[in-house]
Design a protein around this ligand. Sequence first.
Ligand code: MN
Length: 139
Amino acid sequence: MTKVLYVEDNDDNVYMLKMRFELAGGFEFLSAEDGEVGCAKARAELPDIILMDLDLPVIDGWEVTRLLKNGATTQHIPIIALTAHAMAGSREQALAAGCDEFDTKPMISTGPCKKSISCLLDASVADGSATLRCDAGSG
Ligand code: MN
């Protein structure tokens, strides 16, 4: 089972992605509704990948990413940043904050991390084990 943590304050987005992962099978899907909970869950659950909304209550996604990437037990976890309003330089900013990949919402259908996510989903379907490596900068 690949453990996915989605840190997102929009219930519709959480629901949509949860469905997606459940349909694919082979995933344990966790979610957190704000940055503080997301940070705590990441440390407690040590997910295989984190999908991070950047615009979050309590602690924003940038700061959560920095905290996790500075933590010995969480720094290896790939983080894909997600934002609804991408602006010029957003991707560079996200990568500079320590994110491994960046995408705009709604995700999966478009964008540079489509490959990472599809690859993850396809892998689970193909062999049921969904081993994931989100290669930094693979586009
Ligand atoms: Mn948000």
